[in-house]
Structures are given as C-alpha cells and as structure tokens.
Design a binder for this molecule. Structure first.
Ligand SMILES: [Zn+2]
Length: 351
C-alpha cells in the first residue's frame, strides 16, 4: 500500500496584507520552515531538501532545531527549485523523502516591492513507486512561480491522482490567508534596518556559547544523573545535584503543557537593549515563568498574543522564534504561546 503523501503549509504573520495588527515580527524563513517540518512529524529522513533563499542559519541550525542529525540539500527558490528537488528525491533511497520550501522577506534590503508571500511548505513523499507522478508534478508546477505558489501547484497535482487513489494527507495544509505578493514589505524592511544598526548595550552572548546552548534553548534538552537522579536543565555538562559529569542521560522536556507560574508585561522602554528592534516593531510583550516539568522552570517570552493575555495557571506551548539580533545575525530561542494562538492546522485545504 502506498503511504499517504503528507503536505504542510504554515503562514507567517509578520506583515498582514489586510492591514491587521502585526502579531509576530519574530518569524522568518527559518522559524516557519521549522514549524512546517515539525508539523510534518517525520523523523526518519536523513536528508532534507530545501527550496528557497535559505538564510545562513539553515546551514548550521537545522539539526539543532529538529533535535536530530540531518543533512541539508539546497535548491533555488521557486518552481525551478521544487523541480530540482523532486527530480532528486525520485531517486532517493530513503522513504519517505522530505522536501520543504520557504518564501519570506529575506534579502529585504536588496529587493524593492512586495515579496511573494511569507510562508513555508513541507512535503513527505515517496515518488519511487510511481514514476508517472513525478512527471506529472514537474509538468504541473508553473515555471517562474514563487516557492509557496509552486507548492500549491504541487498539492493540486497530488490531489488528482490517476485512478483516484487518495494518497494526499492535507491535515496540516493551512488555508491561504492572503494572495501571494500582497504583503507590504515596508514594516518588515524597517525592522531589518533597525536590527542591522542595533548595538546591544546589554548582555553580550558570544556566538560559540549561543550555539553550545541550542540543545536546551531550542529543544529543552535536559540531563538526568544516573547517580542521584537529579535533572539538570539547561544542560551544563555536569549534574547540578552531585557534580557528576559522566554517564548523564540526555532527554527532552515536553515542548507543550508547561504551566505559567508568574507573568510580567515588559512595557516599551523596560526591555533589555538587545530586544529594542522587536519591541520597536511589536510593542510591549509578556515574559512568563513557566514550570516545564515538576521542579524545572524556564523564563520564556510570550508571542502571538497581546500583552496581558496570559495568566498564571495557563498551559502553554513553545515555538522557535527570533529573539534578538547580535553580531549582525538574528538569534533564536523558544517562546511560549497560548494553545489557542498556536499555528493551527487548517480545517480544510484551499478550495
Ligand atoms: Zn547527580
């Protein structure tokens, strides 16, 4: 039996073409791709095929963000990239293959005018048993289409299999929120300009130390000590209970279900200076003290909900988002979201 082909699409909310409030200036190509890939859920493919202008963080951060070792095979943006990726995975040994693509405001400062949408799409598919399907996909994807528009064409092609075999799972395919090309780039461009010139007067975190902390700060990795059973989070290479450094057992705390113990709203001007660009763009924000597991707490910024919304006792989920720019690069970390505000899968595919 042919395994179902799964497709996931998420939309960013950096700039709302309808003029609605900007709720998530902390999303970009990387965070959207991670959201799509996590939603896809497949944890077996050793190679991920990426379509789009992928920022540098993809090259070193993909494995850390997904919590497993993956290789990245990059393809150009748009229809041409999808075609190259589909051609390559048709001969792949692994089952299924993972192909993802992003449109986003990357290179905003170089490109005038609207960008072609702001979202990510990911597919888990196996083309080996159906060579005709690959040919049909390549024929369906319109030449010159931007990445996410081309992804919709792939879904349209997959949705009409010859013989009517329903093999497409679209549970994670968020419905279209805006016409491609409708996003106003100016607020986002302003944020990028701000970020590039921002100089933090606050705590400086060297790049090397930031990357060392990724397991805990992106995946909630913790160590359990076999001698005294103490759990150390964030991981630090030794047990906070007895100091043992050997045989610690690495595991990940649950990414959702944490309970808010206390919350503070940071008003404009009250933030550490490295957060200036995001506050300038998005205004005040909440910071929550969250119990992730019994006795284990983390302080997390809230996102995707207006300040003052979250209450002590609320259960939250976590998403990877932009934190602040440093050394000319965006730094990332987990933020907390209320379940209702999470990027919910669409109830139905596009009509
Ligand atoms: Zn110990």
């Amino acid at each position: 039996m042919t395994p179902p082909i799964r497709a996931v699409r998420v939309w960013g909310r950096l700039a709302d073409p309808q003029g609605h409030r900007l709720t998530a200036p902390d999303e970009d190509e990387f965070t959207m791709a991670i959201a799509a890939l996590e939603h896809l859920g497949d944890r077996s493919a050793p190679t991920l095929h990426g379509v789009g202008r992928l920022p540098e963080v993809f090259r070193w951060g993909l494995s850390g963000a997904l919590g497993r070792s993956v290789a990245l095979c990059e393809h150009p943006p748009g229809a041409e990239g999808w075609k190259a990726a589909l051609t390559e995975v048709a001969g792949a040994a692994s089952t299924p293959s993972i192909v993802f693509g992003v449109d986003g405001p990357g290179h905003l400062l170089d490109s005038p005018g609207p960008w072609p949408g702001f979202g990510a799409a990911a597919f888990a598919l196996d083309l080996r048993e159906d060579p005709g399907l690959r040919e049909r996909l390549l024929a369906w994807v319109p030449n010159g289409a931007p990445t996410i528009e081309a992804a919709q064409a792939i879904v349209d092609a997959l949705a009409q299999p010859p013989g009517g075999r329903p093999t497409l799972d679209l549970a994670g395919w968020a419905p279209s929120t805006a016409g491609p090309g409708g996003a106003d780039p100016e607020p986002s461009r302003h944020l990028e300009r701000w970020a590039q010139r921002a100089v933090s007067e606050g705590a400086y975190m060297p790049e090397a130390r930031y990357r060392e902390g990724i397991a805990s700060h992106w995946r909630l990795a913790a160590d359990r000590c076999p001698r005294c059973s103490t759990v150390t989070f964030p991981v630090r290479g030794w047990c906070r209970g007895c100091g043992a450094a050997d045989d610690l057992v690495r595991f990940e705390l649950p990414r959702s279900g944490g309970r808010v113990e206390a919350v503070t709203t940071i008003g404009k001007g009250g933030q550490p200076t490295e957060f200036d660009p995001l506050v300038e763009f998005g205004g005040a924000y909440d910071v929550a003290l969250v119990e992730l597991a019994p006795g284990l707490r983390a302080t997390l910024m809230m996102t995707d909900s207006p300040p003052g919304t979250v209450r002590a006792g609320d259960r939250i989920g976590t998403v990877l988002r932009r934190l602040y720019p440093m050394d000319g690069q965006w730094r990332y970390g987990l933020k907390a979201v209320l379940p209702a505000a999470r990027e919910a899968p669409g109830p139905a595919p596009d009509p």
